[in-house]
Design a protein around this ligand. Structure first.
Ligand code: NAI
Length: 377
């Protein structure tokens, strides 16, 4: 099968998420890196792209140059990944969709709900794929959890409890470090700090596993380091459309928690537990029965969990290969087979709506508010 041509914007040398995209996109042989505008410094971006094997005429200085260059080619890229800072996502995603490219955008997809709704409309109008990188949903054992819920194996879901809480911004003496400070500055980060950064992964995961959408929420935000304008800790209670009760805690000052992303789903006939630091195991307890560990790679898993496992049982695959699973589903989608579960622009705008609703609720003493974007009401 011919490889698909892949381009990347952002994710330059030394960036946090760039390597996971490159490892992920190239892992299964579906894509080759054909073009890039990898850095906000044009020369550094060109030089790094060439070092990664991109032909000099496709190693671009910035994304507008890349858009013009790729538009005019008969062998144009099949997919572009946008891994730049948040405030640039909307403009770049919209421009590439409108020019007829498929897009994988990093989260958060946009800064406002209106921009998110615009992206949904543009993706629909152009018929192009607009995926959003909620990559934790592509771990095999998360897919197993979703399939077990869909298959009725824990009955109707009563309660979902999730946390994405780490302690890496908990050092008050480091709060002025420019790499930390911008995340709590509204001019750089937007309306929300920790909830928009990590909380939306947890909220997406709750929707993903429960196969339901967040309908209403109530939020309590705190800036535990007082110099911070935006929250570094948040507790969000929510209700899903199907009635499931949701609890979410996200924090960046939880010293001692490392990655700190986990989820528990409690149904009428059983419970499930998954943690990103032990991603190969799904813990399952049937009502009145013994707790069991379901291992990635063992027999009898649901199809999606089996399909997205590569190496044999007890060998860790980890984060870059969860990102690779997003690229596998994207390759299938580009070739015409849309897989259930590929996170898309609708997920992106739902997250933005939840962020803005949580900010409004926190300002309003935790009042319950409708969290749905208006296009889905
Ligand atoms: P970073 O600051 O480490 O790297 C950003 C990269 O983008 C740098 O190479 C920079 O030179 C480049 N860049 C900036 N502006 C550019 C422009 N206009 N054109 C081309 N390149 C440009 O940032 P990080 O942590 O890698 O985050 C990037 C995005 O990925 C963010 O939106 C973030 O929320 C998201 N992210 C997602 C994760 C996930 O789990 N899905 C995990 C970490 C980050």
């Amino acid at each position: 099968m011919q490889k698909l041509k892949w381009g990347m914007i952002g994710g330059g040398e030394g960036s946090q998420i760039g390597p996971a995209h490159r490892l992920g996109a190239l892992a299964d042989g579906h894509f080759e890196l054909a073009a890039g505008a990898l850095d906000h410094r044009p020369d550094a971006g060109r030089e790094y792209a060439e070092r990664l094997g991109v032909a000099p005429d496709r190693a671009y200085g910035d994304w507008t140059e890349m858009l013009e260059g790729e538009k005019g080619r008969s062998d144009r890229i099949d997919l572009v990944t946008i891994a730049t800072p948040n405030s640039t996502h909307f403009e770049i995603t919209k421009a590439f969709l409108e020019a007829g490219f498929n897009v994988l955008c990093e989260k958060p997809m946009t800064m406002t709900v209106e921009e998110g709704e615009e992206i949904v409309r543009v993706a629909e109008k152009t018929g192009k794929i607009c995926a959003v990188n909620y990559c934790y949903s592509a771990y095999p054992m998360v897919r197993q959890a979703r399939a077990m819920v869909q298959n009725g194996e824990i009955g109707k879901v009563r309660l979902v409890v999730t946390a994405f809480s780490h302690g890496h911004h908990g050092d008050a003496t480091d709060a002025d470090n420019p790499r930390v400070r911008w995340r709590y500055n509204p001019e750089m980060a937007g309306v929300s700090g920790q909830f928009a950064d990590c909380g939306i992964h947890a909220l997406h995961m709750a929707s993903f596993i429960c196969n339901d959408e967040v309908a209403t929420l109530s939020a309590d935000f705190a800036s535990t380091i007082p110099s911070r304008e935006l929250e570094d800790d948040a507790m969000v209670n929510f209700r899903m459309q199907g009635g499931t009760v949701g609890r979410l805690w996200t924090s960046s000052v939880a010293i001692g928690r490392q990655h700190g992303f986990d989820i528990q789903v409690f149904g009428e006939t059983g419970g499930l537990r998954w943690a990103s630091e032990q991603p190969n195991q799904l813990i399952y307890t049937p009502v009145g029965g013994r707790t069991q560990i379901i291992e990635k790679g063992e027999g009898g898993l649901h199809d999606d969990a089996q399909r997205l496992s590569r190496v044999s049982i007890a060998h860790p695959e980890g984060f870059p290969l969860a990102v690779a699973n997003i690229y596998c589903d994207l390759a299938d989608a580009i070739r015409g087979e849309i897989r259930d579960g590929l996170p898309n622009a609708a997920d992106g705008v739902r997250s933005m709506s939840a962020v803005h609703t949580a900010v409004a609720s926190a300002k309003d003493g935790g009042a319950w508010k409708d969290a749905r974007p208006s296009i889905f009401k």
